[in-house]
Design a protein. Sequence first.
Length: 277
Amino acid sequence: MSAKDYLPEGKYAVLDNGQTVHYLDYGEGPVVVFLHGSGSGASGHSNFKGNYPYLVEQGYRVIVPDLLGYGFSDKPQDIDYHLDIFVQCVKQMLDHEGINSCHLIGNSLGGAIAIKFALDYPQQTNKLLLMAPGGIEQQESYFTMPGMQVMRDTFMSAEPMTLERMKCFISEALVYQQHVVTDTLVAERFEVMKTQNPQVIKTMIVPNMEDRLGEIDSPILVMWGLNENMMPDTGIMKLGKKCKNIRLVLVSNCGHWVMVEHEDLFNRTTVDFLVNG
């Protein structure tokens, strides 16, 4: 088995910055861009396969990229993976498709990308849906979280990576609802991880944008699991107090993957937000 046995192959765009990104493009209607998080085995489809088909059924066009360094997108080894390069790639991908306006849905790193995109390109941003986004704390604060420590112990260890170690990482760091940690999910993340370039994790820089949250005019919905192990929950009130137009949904019995652990709730809440604000 390989990553191609688990991930659907979509479109490729050669961007103005010379990088090639892979993305899925389904449906017709208002555009919704799904931005996945970081971590080993991450990709657009892996993170959102239970969500984007629902939005297509509801009359939306979905764009689901593999971020630079992930999935089927390029994995350059001679760059630092600063937040700005991710934002630049998303912007150039949308320009390649002639998309002038979109909603952004982002989890973790993807949430930080969505925030920075909204700050840099407000005229192109409609609504933001953020799930435990990064980029609103000093980077050192994230490293104190138990999930981050599990990730570091798992992927920086000299021990060879195995399916069992991948399963433990997902179970202990990413989710509260253990029933979602299926053998298929673990095998998929394991195979996708094999294609990754460790440079993306080693050199990732996500600045703290807390002081700029008030500049965002777009309506924002935040969904945050109350059993989150990756992101400090101080981010909840930072977002709530500093954003102009925001709704907060706190989800009990939920870790870092609200869109996976509470798929139906996430899908219904997302469409309600996109339709009604």
